[in-house]
Design a protein. Structure first.
Length: 289
């Protein structure tokens, strides 16, 4: 298979990934409107951990090989951080909706670029800093600080974006010594343990219909991660990463058509600024590579 065919397949897989993750976000919002966020995320992580362990068993060396790491504290912290980030983001869905939560969260690639210096020791040139500054302006356009309509809940997806950016950087740092399979294993298991410790105290009975929604949430979560792994296996991340922004598009469509949300003009303008800055940052990273 040629490289161009690999890229086309990678783009297709990334688009499918964004659709699945957008559906996952919509189902998460539906369930979190009726049940505690920690309960919803806990059950989702139980299935995620089972999925991770099933994959590990099929690899050479099994679960023991997947769990082997020389940096267990770092790997555990990554898993805990991602689990808590999911809780924060789902809370944002219930308070702000899918449209505005994803609009603010779209700035996370810029946060990755900004934090890559202090966390990974990578050089960040003036062009990337300029793009980060422009993206921050886009966030301010969405948040509208200092005006009467400012909603303090809008800070929630911004916190989630910061947590996810740190998770991504720590994943890159961990990859210097551990394989992708090891990082994936620790992400699922550490997250499941964390959410069980927190979420078990919020257990409540669910209706049969909502259990079906929960099952669908678990399936979308596992299939989304599988698609993302396959995507990065067939194409370079720098080639397909720009298409990850389509999750914002698909999630917004769900928010408008299913949950009756609206897209305010300042949100649309802010998203355009953030996405443009993010795409420029990804382009610069690819050029340097």
């Amino acid at each position: 298979m040629t490289q161009s065919n690999n890229v086309r397949l990678g783009v297709l897989l990334m688009l499918l990934t964004t659709i699945v993750f957008a559906l996952q976000d919509g189902i998460s919002r539906h369930l979190a409107d009726a049940y505690n966020v920690y309960l919803v995320v806990m059950v989702r992580y139980w299935f995620f951990a089972a999925f991770v362990m099933a994959i590990a068993r099929r690899k050479a060396g099994g679960v023991r090989a997947a769990a082997r790491t020389r940096q267990p504290l770092l790997q555990a912290f990554r898993g805990v951080l991602l689990a808590l980030e999911v809780c924060v983001m789902v809370t944002g869905f219930t308070l702000l909706g899918l449209v505005e939560s994803h609009a603010v969260f779209a700035c996370y690639p810029l946060l990755v670029a900004a934090l890559s210096g202090p966390v990974l020791g990578e050089a960040v040139g003036w062009r990337r800093w300029a793009a980060i500054a422009v993206g921050f302006v886009g966030v301010m356009i969405i948040l509208q600080p200092g005006v009467s309509v400012f909603d303090p809940y809008a800070i929630i997806p911004l916190v989630a974006a910061l947590m996810f950016a740190l998770y991504g950087l720590l994943t890159r740092y961990a990859a210097r010594q551990d394989s992708t399979a090891t990082s994936f294993f620790w992400t699922g298991v550490a997250g499941a343990v964390t959410m069980t410790v927190i979420g078990i105290w919020y257990w409540e009975p669910m209706t049969q219909t909502d259990w079906l929604w929960m099952a669908l949430l678990c399936v979308t979560g596992a299939s989304g991660h599988w698609l993302l792994i396959r995507c990065y296996e067939v194409a370079e991340a720098s080639a397909v990463q720009p298409f990850a922004y389509f999750q914002l598009v698909f999630a917004s469509l769900l928010g408008v058509t299913v949950f009756g949300e609206t897209i305010r003009p300042n949100v649309a303008l802010g998203v355009a600024v953030i996405v443009a800055a993010g795409l420029f940052t990804l382009w610069r990273e690819r050029q340097q590579r």
